[in-house]
Design a protein around this ligand. Structure first.
Ligand code: RET
Length: 297
């Protein structure tokens, strides 16, 4: 028989019974831009716009036949202004989420989702402007059409690979696989523009050869820093989105306005840098025999 005391004892809460265990999922962690990043985007937008105005002024009074570098260089900064405007106003980015783990020594690793802001406007900008920068260098060195076309295509593949890598799953080959494809494409660009260009430019004399050598070296140093920033920021997520914005801002300003000023001022000072694209560039097709008033050529 069970005594009433025993019943009371049985109904008492035991030491092991506690609150019902709950599983609290770790909320996703967001890596996105803040005020510092937005301000930087606005400043670069303004500088790109100013450079576009300055490059247009430089082409004033230059006959159409000698305006090739002006046109290409101005287009580069105009496209960059549009891309920076989109980013500064909060457009043209999306979040890429991936699985991550918090590592602990004495307790099991805690899984969580990490979402990072990726600005796709950059890739649209680079896909349009890097081929134009390549055209500037190829025209300056007198690189033939075949090598120029190969360089442009390799360059577009490089930029698209970077975009696929940024949007790829970082736990699979999508992320670093595409990055590797982008790096190989970049080597092709360097081969066609820098290596082949250095041979071709010799035919244009010492002045152009020196200018091309310095511009190509400057470009090589800056362009090579892009995949390094990408690897640390979008690749390994070891750099904040604001720092990434600032790093790309410095690189973009060097690669576009500074490169453009250097090229256009040197071009103005030396007639050997002129490029003859034939009649189509200045007069269009089928214009033979037309009398042109006020055209220097
Ligand atoms: C990516 C990632 C994939 C591998 C490589 C890259 C290189 C990018 C470069 C960008 C240059 C941009 C310029 C912009 C001017 O405003 C796409 C980052 C190699 C070289 C010059």
């Amino acid at each position: 028989m069970i005594s009433p005391e025993q019943v009371v004892e049985m109904l008492k809460p035991t030491a092991t019974a506690g609150p019902i265990p709950t599983v609290i999922p770790t909320p996703p962690q967001y890596q996105d831009s803040s005020t510092a990043g937005h301000r930087t985007l606005w400043v670069v937008f303004a500088l790109m716009l100013l450079s576009s105005g300055f490059f247009s002024l430089l082409s004033w009074n230059v006959p159409t036949s000698k305006r090739l570098f002006h046109v290409i260089t101005t287009l580069i900064t105009i496209i960059a202004s549009l891309s920076y405007f989109a980013m500064a106003t909060g457009q043209a980015s999306s979040f890429v989420c991936s699985a991550a783990k918090d590592h602990h020594k004495h307790v099991p690793d805690i899984p969580y989702t990490e979402c990072r802001q990726v600005y796709w406007a950059r890739y649209v900008d680079w896909a349009l402007t890097t081929p134009l920068l390549i055209l500037d260098l190829c025209f300056l060195a007198g690189v033939d059409g075949a090598h120029t076309l190969m360089a442009v295509i390799a360059d577009v593949i490089m930029v698209l690979s970077g975009m696929f890598a940024a949007y790829g799953d970082n736990k699979t080959a999508q992320h670093w696989g595409w990055y590797a494809i982008g790096c190989v494409s970049y080597l092709f660009v360097v081969w066609h523009v820098a290596v082949h260009g250095t041979t071709m430019v010799r035919a244009k004399g010492v002045k152009v050869t020196r200018l091309f050598a310095s511009l190509a070296l400057f470009t090589l140093a800056i362009w090579t820093t892009y995949p390094v920033v990408w690897g640390i920021a979008e690749g390994a997520h070891k750099m904040s989105v604001d720092t990434e914005i600032m790093a790309y801002a410095v690189l973009d300003l060097l690669a576009k306005p500074v490169f453009g000023i250097w090229l256009l001022i040197s071009h103005r000072a030396s007639a050997e840098t002129n490029v003859d694209l034939g009649g189509w560039w200045s007069h269009g097709f089928g214009s033979e025999g037309r009398i042109r008033i006020g055209d220097e050529d």
